[in-house]
Ligand binder design. Sequence first.
Ligand code: PMP
Length: 282
Amino acid sequence: RIAYVNGQYVPVSKAMVHIEDRGYQFADGIYEVCTVVNGRYWDMEGHLARLDRSLRELQMDAPMDHAALRVVMKEVVRRNRLKNALVYMQVTRGVAPRNHAFPPEGTPPSLVITARRFNLNRGDALAESGVSVISHPDIRWGRVDIKTVGLLPNALAKQAASEAGAYEAFLVRDGYVTECSSSNAWIVDESGALVTHPKGNTILGGITRQTAIACAEELQIKVIERPFTLEEAKAAPEAFLTSATSFVTPVTAIDGVRIGSGKPGPVARRLREAYKARAARG
Ligand code: PMP
C-alpha cells in the first residue's frame, strides 16, 4: 500500500509523521473519509466542501487548492491499483515545538492521504441482515460539527458496541439520539417519513445524510429534521444509519429491542437502492 505524506508517495510501512505534529499532540487536525466506487470518486464535492468548512472553523490553512488535492487523491488510488477504495485524508496544523497556542504563521499544514480496498459486498451483506446497535452516552465536545481527529469518545462508543456484539452506538444526549460514533442515525415514523437529527453543533453533517435526503426527495419520501428520543427509536417501525462507508444500513435492533419486524424495513431498503443507483451513476 502506498500513502501520500507531505509531498511524497511512500509505502505505508515507511510513512511517518513528526512527533511534534499538532495532530499527534493536540488532535489539532481534521479529516475526511470518502469512497471511490467503480473507479470514480463519489460525493467528492461534498467531502471537499466539508473539508474547507472544517479548516475554516479551526482557522487552519489549506495544504493545497482543490485542483491539486484532486490530483493527489486520484494518484493515491491509482498507485494502489484500486477500483473501489476507501480514501482517508488528514490535515493538521503542522509541526511545531509543543505549545497550545497556534504555531507561527506560515507553518505548513501536514497532509496525509491513504487508500485501501472498499468491499462493496460486505456492506450489501450487512444491509441484507440488518445491524444491531447499542445506546451510549454522547460525551463529546460542543463542536462535533467540525470533523476533527479528536475521536476518543467515538472510539469508546464503538468499542462498547463491539464488546456488546453490535455494529454501532446510538449516541444519546439529554434523552435524544444525536447520531452514531461514525454515522448518522435515522428512524422512520408511523407515517413513513424519515426522521433525523437537524444539523447544528451536536452532530456531524454527514455527506451521506445530505445525499440520502436528496434520494428521499426523488422517491417522494418526506424527511423531517428533528431530534428523536431513544424510546421513540426503539418503538419506530424502522431505523437505519448512513455514512460514506456504510451507505444506508438498516438497524434491526437497539439495545436488544427488535425494531419493526426485526428485518430490514421497506423504506430503508428503497433508500439504500436509490443511494446505490446514484453512486453507480457517479
Ligand atoms: N457522524 C460521525 C460522527 C462520523 O464520524 C461520520 C463519518 N465520517 C458520519 C456521521 C457520517 O458522515 P459521512 O456521511 O460524511 O460519512
